[in-house]
Design a binder for this molecule. Structure first.
Ligand code: ATP
Ligand code: MG
Length: 256
């Protein structure tokens, strides 16, 4: 049974002047348990909209997204969202930020404090649990945000360009880290990015979207074994996947 199922999905946004913008048209796909699906496409093609529909934050105009065959119509604890900006609370320490969902969901504080500490260790932030976000680098803040999302143990991680604000080197490190964390915690992931190499490096499958209104142009399977290291990017199969995906976008719609 697939974990996520998107059927005949259309999203139109009403504008202030009464016009409407068609963000997504006729989107159909499934995500299997444990799968890492990456979504790549030009700016404005509806990637964030699609993730928000999966997360229950946007209601489709028609069609539906379902989680374990139940229609998604509200945010659910089983689905964790990682946003492009880290949205950590600056007045709370890293550990206190990680425990935010525990307070919101009213979970047992003692049990989840242990879990949060284990997860901070997993991402190499043990020594920083009592620091404030402003004292961390961008990559460390993003790792703290990922820990916060993982604390309530969601089955699915919805990640919207989580490393878009990082420099190229931190971004590569975070990609390797993300893969390791998701393998170790056995998460199903839907990961949105502008970067074609990032999509190929991380994905079991890459879903390529057309410019707005977003439709699915192609879905490619990427068969490199896991865990992958950055050397895979020098492989000719990797290069041909990147070239193939890039061929969907003309110069006007260059995306990385
Ligand atoms: N709340 C909203 N109200 C009206 N229009 C919206 C709203 N959110 C998004 N849109 C429009 O829907 C389209 C898709 O937006 P979306 O944010 O999903 O794109 P995206 O692929 O995530 O872009 P980017 O790569 O720049 O983040 C855009 O044309 C955008 O202007
Ligand atoms: Mg977006």
């Amino acid at each position: 049974m697939s974990l996520l199922d998107v059927r005949n999905l259309y999203v139109r946004y009403a504008m202030r002047r009464g016009e409407a913008v068609s963000a997504l048209e006729d989107i159909n796909f499934v995500v299997e348990p444990g799968e890492f699906l990456t979504i790549v496409g030009p700016s404005g093609c509806g990637k964030s909209t699609l993730l928000k529909v999966l997360g229950g934050l946007v209601t489709p105009t028609s069609g539906e997204a379902s989680f374990k065959r139940t229609r998604v119509n509200r945010p659910r604890r089983e689905m964790g969202f990682v946003f492009q900006s880290t949205v950590l609370l600056p007045w709370r320490t890293v550990l206190e930020n990680a425990l935010l969902p525990v307070e919101v969901l009213n979970l047992d504080r003692k049990t989840y404090t242990e879990r949060a500490k284990d997860l901070l260790a997993l991402v190499g932030l043990s020594d920083f649990s009592n620091r404030y976000p402003g004292e961390l680098s961008g990559g460390m803040q993003q790792r703290a945000a990922i820990v916060r999302t993982l604390v309530p143990d969601p089955e699915v991680l919805l990640m919207d360009e989580p490393f878009g604000a990082l420099d190229a080197m931190s971004r590569e490190t975070m990609n390797v880290e993300t893969m390791r964390i998701c393998l170790e915690t056995k998460k199903t992931v839907v990961f949105v990015t502008h970067s074609i190499p990032e999509a190929v490096f991380l994905g079991d499958r890459v879903m390529v979207m057309t410019p707005r209104p977003g439709k699915i142009a192609e879905v490619l399977s990427i068969r490199f074994a896991r865990p992958r290291d950055l050397d895979v990017m020098g492989n000719s199969v990797f290069a041909s996947a990147v070239t193939r995906i890039r061929s969907h976008f003309n110069v006007k719609h260059t995306i990385d």
